[in-house]
Structures are given as C-alpha cells and as structure tokens.
Write a protein that binds this ligand. Structure first.
Ligand code: BG6
Length: 487
C-alpha cells in the first residue's frame, strides 16, 4: 500500500471496491474527500449559549455599594414603563445566580452571555472602584466555570452610571467614551484570567436612537439628528477604546468584538441582482456604526445622506473606532429591510413592509427566518470576517401557565426551529457563524414593557421567583444535544 494512503482511506477504497464501485489502484489517485458538510447539523464545536443582561435580571440595585444607573432613574418617570414595574428586584439573579447557572447547565449550554453593571464596579462611572461590585462577577464567573460553562462578558448593556449622565450628558460627550475605556481596562484586568470572550457595547443601534432620539429608553431624550449622529459616533469610539483597553490590559489572547442589532437587510427575492442589492443595503444601512467599526470609514452614501448632520470627528478617531476585532456579534431577531435592486441611488430599494406581515407576540418581532441566513452570509462577505456569533435571537410569547403547571410555548418553538434551520443552512454553506446565544435564559425585566413581555426558556413567576422550564427549554436542549436544528 502506498504510504500516501492512510488506513482509513484504504478501508474506504476497499469497501467501495467490494461494492464494485471503484478500482482500488485508480482510486489512490483520487483527491481526498472534502471535509464532511452534512446538511443535517451544525459544525463541530459550534458554541451554544443563552444570554441575559445585568439590569434585566440582577435586581439588588442598592446592595454592596452599587451606584445608580440611568435606568434606575428612568423607570421612575411615570408612564415610561408599560406595567409600572422596575428592575429593582427583577429576577433577584444577584442572589440566585447559582440556581440560574444550574438552569443553564440543565439545557446543556456550554456558554453564557451576561453583562457587567458598570455602576456596580464604578458607582460613579469613574474614580474609585467598588471591590464588592466586582466580587459578584468573580463569583459568577467562578460558578460558571465550575459547571463547565464559558462566560461571555458584555461590558455595556445600557445601564450607564447616572453620574456620567449628570456630569457629561452621557454618550453626548467623548468624556464618557474615555471613562468607558478605563472601566473596560479595569474589568479586563480583573476578569480575563478566566473570561476569554468580551463583547463591548450591546446594540448601539438601539440605545442611541431609543434613548437619545425618541425618548423610549433611558435617558429618555429627544435630540435632533445631528446630535444623534454624533452620539452614535461616540458609541463607536467607545467600542474602539474598549477593544484597545482589552488588548492592553486583558490576558493575552482575550477575544473582543461588538454585539450589534445590525439593521437586517435581506433580498426580497433570491436573484443575483437582489442579493447584490441586499449586500449594498446591509453596508449602507449600517453605515453609522458597524461599517465604520469594520472599515474605519463612513461611506460616501452615508455622509451624503447625513449632509450637515454628519458627525464631526478627526481621523485619529476613525483609527481607534476600527481597531481590529476578533469576531462580529450580531443580534438578529427580525427582518428590518427587504430590498430589491434599483438603478436609483446606491443601487437598492428597501420595500415597505405590509401591515399584514406576520409577527410574534411583540409587534416589532416580524417573522423572517431567512434573515439569519442572509445577514451573516452578506456580513461575512462585506466585512471579511471569519468569526460571527449570533449574540442574540429569540422571541416573546404569551406563555400561559396551564392547569398542569406547564407552559406549552409552541409559538417560540416554531420561531426557533425556523430560524435555526436557516442558520444551519448558512453554516452548511460555509458561512462562518461559530455560535448562537438564545435570548433569553429566563423571563426578565423587558425594558419599556416591564415584566409584560416574556422571552425566556424558563418562565419566571415574579412574585415567588420560581423558575419553570417552558417546552422550548426541552426543544433547545435537544438542539444542543444533537447539534442540529431539528427540522
Ligand atoms: C434586544 C436587547 O434588543 O432585545 C435585549 O439586547 C432585549 O436587552 C431584547 O431584552 C428584547 O427587546 P424588547 O424591547 O422587546 O424588550
């Protein structure tokens, strides 16, 4: 036997020969088979996780020296939170984290995405750190690792220290960006001996517009477009400073990237012209944040569209903003724009969404599973990244507890099954999606909806704090166990 032929190849050739399908001598010349790409599963090593964020689950807002965040103040403005609740108590995760980690383990997840509450670690945003605040994350990380679960840490999931809002106008000032860089350095220094993956800011695309543009999220401002573009630019700068801080102060090899609710564009119809149009649209519609992070430039079309409202900056800032990242985290829930090719403008036309377009329990959550196929595929092409993580995907449901005490959330299972099938379609074509974090581990404080919207795999009774697995928890456990979408 030629030494070019391994034992395994030989066995295969022999097998084929026995079946009368190949001449063993000729077959020696045949190229080795391509790596297995089964249409039936995700790649080996695919990271399965769930996600939460600090203000949405922790509670304990006045404990162990935590400072106030903009959300603590905002939730007290009458009428801002639909059901009048706050995150004061939320899931009491600050005290029940061990119980919650057991729930993650029960699903078979090997990864958990959580966020650090900046005002726990620096009660005023800057200045003296609060060791007791950091200790909570030490305990959390240790408990995760003890249970074989990788901690994926988010530095900012919207709970800005109120002090920075009062002193500098929050993200309106680059002062906040610099202080964020220092906070990121501190967290990296103290936690990346155990945390290997860090997300910078969660969803600039939401907190800038909702918080500073239409006043729906904290801090509840309604500023003009020019200021919004500046604030978005500042958030990109904060991201870049955090990337640099993690590199400079984190353990060597710590990976860092954004977690952005990308403006999700997909071709209305799968033709080469429309796919090309969707690619252009994805770049341009994300011109204010992701594209500048990934390329270091605002596109001509973005600057032309912004006109006199374009952000003001110096070139050195673009360099910081585009500090190389290790991965791209994409929160993908719903299609934002279905596009077709156009000979006008930049070459694409976003189509109006019909009123009858199907959505889930949340009005905004349109059902467009192919979005999670197209967006990573096009994003990987445009920004030449080889590591994409779906940092959030999931849905709300009405999640009624039946007389037998169970929650049969077949709507959530339908949603997940269809999205995961499309994600599997992407990975089986070689799109470099390396992992998926389901939002959310458990029902929690859903911002403006209060406790009214339930996104969890585990139902939470907010009076008793009892967690009960929904049927979707079994669905997800099966997905993880088989490493397949389970269509
Ligand atoms: C994402 C956020 O935008 O969507 C999460 O990162 C949030 O924090 C989730 O909980 C659902 O959003 P909403 O607005 O329906 O509560």
């Amino acid at each position: 036997m030629s030494d070019k032929v391994s034992r395994r190849q030989f066995a295969k050739i022999a097998g084929l020969s026995a079946a009368g399908m190949a001449n063993p001598v000729g077959a020696v010349e045949v190229n080795p088979a391509p790596p297995p790409r089964t249409g039936t599963g995700f790649p080996a090593g695919f990271v399965w996780g769930t996600a939460t964020s600090s203000y949405q689950v922790e509670g304990a807002v006045n404990e162990d020296g935590r400072g106030a965040s903009i959300w603590d103040k905002f939730v007290r403005i009458p009428g801002k939170i639909e059901d009048g609740t706050t995150g004061d108590r939320a899931n009491e995760h600050y005290h029940r984290y061990k119980e919650d980690i057991a729930l993650i383990k029960e699903l078979g997840c090997k990864a958990y995405r959580f966020s650090v509450a900046w005002p726990r670690v620096f009660p005023d945003g800057d200045g003296k750190p609060n060791p007791k605040g950091l200790d909570f994350y030490n305990r959390l990380v240790d408990e995760l690792l003890k249970n074989g679960i990788e901690p994926w840490l988010t530095l900012y999931h919207w709970d800005l220290p109120q002090s920075l809002q009062d002193r500098f106008g929050g993200w309106r000032s680059t002062e906040t960006c610099k202080i964020f860089g220092d906070y990121a350095a501190y967290v990296a220094e103290h936690l990346t001996d155990r945390v290997k993956n860090v997300f910078t800011l969660n969803e600039s695309g939401r907190f800038v517009y909702f918080g500073y543009g239409i006043g729906i999220d904290a801090p509840g401002l309604t500023l003009p477009q020019a200021e919004l573009n500046q604030i978005r630019h500042n958030s990109a700068l904060a991201h870049g400073l955090a990337v640099q801080a993690v590199r400079a102060h984190g353990r060597h090899g710590t990976r860092v990237g954004p977690a952005e609710n990308i403006d999700a564009c997909a071709p209305a119809i799968d033709t080469p012209e429309n796919v090309r149009a969707a690619e252009i649209a994805l770049r341009e519609m994300n011109g204010g944040y992701l594209n500048v992070i990934m390329t270091g430039q605002y596109t001509d079309a973005f600057l032309k569209f912004a006109g006199p409202n374009a952000p003001k900056y110096i070139d050195a800032e673009l360099k910081i903003i585009s500090s190389p990242v290790d991965f791209l985290g994409l929160n993908i829930y719903a299609p934002q724009n279905y596009v077709v090719a156009s000979d006008q403008g930049a070459g694409f036309m976003p189509l109006p969404i019909p009123k009858s377009f199907p959505h889930m329990n949340s009005d905004w959550l349109r059902v467009g599973p192919e979005t999670i196929y197209w967006v990573p595929k096009l994003a990987a092409k445009i920004w030449k990244t080889d590591a994409i993580y779906i940092s959030e995907n999931g849905t709300s449901g009405d999640d009624v507890v039946r007389p037998d005490g169970k929650i049969y959330d077949t709507d959530r299972i339908m949603y997940l099954r269809n999205y995961l099938a499309q994600l599997q379609r992407a990975t089986s074509e070689g799109v470099p999606v390396r992992g998926y974090f389901l939002w959310s581990l458990m029902d929690n404080f859903e911002w403006v909806y209060g406790l009214n919207k339930r996104f969890g795999l585990y139902h939470v009774n907010f009076d008793t704090q009892v967690r009960t697995p929904k049927l979707s928890a079994s669905f997800y456990r099966n997905v993880i166990a088989t490493n397949a979408a389970g269509v």
